[in-house]
Design a protein around this ligand. Structure first.
Ligand SMILES: [Zn+2]
Length: 188
């Protein structure tokens, strides 16, 4: 079965040539790739955009996430701060390097226990910034008079930030499961 990774990778322009793309023993065409992604997008729009930004490092997808999160956070907090939190969340979920311990799988093999969740990234597979690094990143994008100390930032905004990050992971996981479900019914 084609992986979700391969699915999103194959929508990139270098594949636009009308030729069927080989995927192990089966063939899947560019049109089918787009049709499947279209289905995922219409059901899990945010999640599909997260997958696109994560897997293909699609800048447009990442920017549209930044805008959507900024718009939603701006209803509760100052728009400069909303924009900076949105930027940090997209970097953490879509643009951060893979976890150095589990190499992106989110899992580790532990003697006597079998496969367990990675203790460094808590199963997400990406590098997780420290609270210190997060504070520095968010403040760095703000006008000087709006910056605040780490304690105040963590107390007033960290929960809100983590809600955004958790939602992005949840949406992408839903989109990925749905894409797998469609792929499992195709061709095989
Ligand atoms: Zn890890």
């Amino acid at each position: 079965m084609m992986s979700v990774q391969a699915l999103y990778t194959r929508q990139t322009p270098k594949c636009i040539n009308g030729e069927p793309l080989s995927s192990g023993p089966s063939l899947i065409g560019y049109d089918e790739v787009l049709a499947i992604i279209g289905q995922v997008q219409s059901k899990y729009h945010v999640g599909s955009t997260v997958l696109d930004a994560q897997i293909t490092q699609n800048k447009q997808a990442a920017d549209s996430l930044r805008q959507a999160i900024t718009a939603s956070l701006s209803q509760q907090i100052d728009s400069d701060l909303a924009k900076s939190l949105a930027n940090a969340a997209v970097i953490e979920v879509c643009e951060s390097p893979v976890c150095s311990r589990c190499k992106g799988t989110g899992q580790l093999e532990k003697k006597g226990e079998g496969i367990v969740q990675c203790t460094k990234c808590h199963g997400v597979g990406n590098h997780i910034p420290s609270q210190r690094a997060l504070h520095a990143l968010v403040m760095g994008q703000l006008p000087k008079d709006m910056r605040m100390g780490r304690q105040k930032f963590l107390k007033d905004y960290y929960d809100q930030y983590m809600l955004v990050v958790d939602r992005l992971y949840r949406e992408s996981s839903n989109a990925s499961s749905f894409a797998k479900e469609i792929l499992s019914k195709c061709y095989f």
